[in-house]
Design a protein around this ligand. Structure first.
Ligand code: HEM
Length: 167
């Protein structure tokens, strides 16, 4: 590896560490403001404890979902069913959204909150199904289910990201 390559690799590594650290910082900051007495957001979203240790900002969760989605694509291309199974599991069981973030999201959505939850459930259910299908090692069904999941994600983003998105 020549010097320029080494510097580029080092730069990318440092950038990745900073990105992860910035998500962790956000989590810490938000966690301080999280109320432990109100679990409304948790019940609405249905993905675990919104005021617990693992609660993260929406953006951090989306970035993790995106990484898992890339892993699934890798698994499909490389015929690696274990990878597909693990990544779809990670999507289906992603960390909860911190209560402050979820409250802000729902406030921005107003009466469209229920439609958002329905859309989120569609993606969640597709990820659960994909996890099951991956265990059968039938690639055609994996690809179909994956396509359904991505279609649902695109629809959620089209309908809600312009209203609530910070980026
Ligand atoms: C596998 C599933 C999903 C993937 C891979 C994914 C990916 C992403 C990515 C990469 C972002 C941009 C994050 C950033 O700014 O750095 C994002 C933002 C967003 N996504 Fe998703 N997403 C998924 C599921 C969903 C679902 C199910 C919903 C809604 C029902 C949703 C709604 C949103 C919203 C509202 C934002 C904007 C967040 C903000 O900027 O505050 N996403 N998503």
């Amino acid at each position: 590896m020549n010097m320029i390559n080494k510097i580029t690799h080092l730069g990318l590594f440092v950038f990745s560490v900073m990105l992860v650290a910035s998500c962790e910082d956000m989590r810490e900051n938000r966690h301080e403001n999280v109320s432990h007495s109100d679990d409304t957001a948790q019940r609405a979203h249905g993905h675990g404890d919104a005021s617990g240790e693992n609660a993260k900002s929406v953006v951090c969760i989306m970035q993790a979902l995106n990484r898992s989605t890339h892993e699934i694509t890798d698994g499909i291309i490389l015929n690696d069913f274990a990878k597909i199974e693990a990544s779809s599991y990670a999507i289906a069981h992603h960390d909860p959204i911190a209560k402050d973030d979820l409250d802000a999201l729902f406030e921005a959505l107003g009466p469209r909150k229920d439609a958002f939850i329905t859309c989120d459930k569609k993606v969640h259910d597709a990820a659960v199904l994909l996890n099951d299908v991956a265990k059968t090692k039938k690639m055609e069904e994996v690809v179909d289910t994956y396509a359904d999941m991505i279609e649902a994600v695109a629809s959620c983003h089209r309908d809600f990201k312009p209203t609530t998105g910070q980026s």
